[in-house]
Design a protein around this ligand. Structure first.
Ligand SMILES: Cc1ncc(COP(=O)(O)O)c(C=O)c1O
Length: 257
């Protein structure tokens, strides 16, 4: 059995062979099956476990694709391993991933700081949608500790920025922002779309949560719209529930393999 440290030493290609599979069914298949199903059949035994909540810790009772699917779980494990995160959640788009990460940390009445330069869709989410939800936002041009201190309020929950800003390609000072956030009790969320974990892993720099537009380099083929959030197991499980009741997961077509 390969442990987490050994996995982290491997080149990205090797991850995809060695990270554990998500499916609890058909484990013996050499090539992991893609589960192209919206819904799962209940056997008497599975129904009983589901109703009683008596499934084992590692045992997932699959019911419905908006909630969980073995292919999604497999992809989540692989991307979490690539990003050096504990867990991940795949979403219907990059924007869904950003929205879910924000909803994981902020509620109405909270305040969020974000880098002035971010992808246009993210800007619109921050500047318009969040306002309507009662989440106050402050744009900061340079995320230095001094500027962050100036922007911080008693209700600041989160700082959001991109590894390489879209479209200006500015690169923030990760260690300064992460250190400031830890000291200030503020969560950090980074959009790592432009580098992918192949080049850079924000979690290794003390960032709490990473998101991707899976539509871009992490897919690489231009044939998929998807997103992913990577972070702690507790955070991702909380998001899984929230996203099941809101946006749902992305449906696994053949191309996720
Ligand atoms: C840096 C960045 N983040 C997020 C997104 C949004 O991703 P999606 O189009 O998958 O919703 C984009 C889209 O272009 C992007 O460039």
């Amino acid at each position: 059995m390969i442990n987490r440290e050994e996995l982290h030493q491997m080149k990205p290609d090797a991850f995809f062979i060695n990270t554990s599979r998500g499916a609890l069914v058909d484990e013996e298949a050499l090539v992991e099956p893609v589960y192209r199903t919206s819904t799962f059949v209940f056997t008497e035994e599975r129904l009983e476990k589901w109703l009683q909540g008596t499934a084992g810790e590692e045992e997932i009772i699959y019911t419905y694709g908006r909630s969980r699917n073995p292919t999604q779980i497999s992809l989540q494990k692989k991307i979490a391993a690539l990003e050096h995160g504990e867990a991940a959640l795949v979403t219907a788009s990059g924007m869904a991933a950003i929205t879910m990460a924000i909803l994981g940390y902020c509620k109405s009445g909270d305040h969020l700081i974000y880098a002035q330069t971010v992808y246009g869709g993210t800007y619109n989410l921050m500047a318009h949608v969040l306002k309507d939800l009662g989440i106050d936002v402050t744009f900061v041009q340079d995320l230095t500790a001094e500027n962050l201190n100036r922007a911080k309020r008693g209700n600041t929950r989160m700082v959001y920025f991109e590894t390489v800003a879209n479209p200006t390609l500015e690169i923030p000072e990760f260690d300064e922002i992460a250190a400031w956030a830890k000291k200030s009790g503020v969560h950090t969320v980074v959009d790592n779309t432009f580098t992918s974990p192949y080049l850079f892993r924000p979690l290794d720099w003390g960032i709490d949560t990473v998101i991707h537009s899976g539509t871009k380099y992490i897919n690489g083929h231009g044939d998929l719209v998807a997103g992913v959030v990577v972070g702690s197991t507790a955070f991702c499980e909380g998001l899984r529930k929230k996203s099941t009741w809101t946006s749902g997961r992305f449906f696994p077509p053949i191309i996720v393999h």
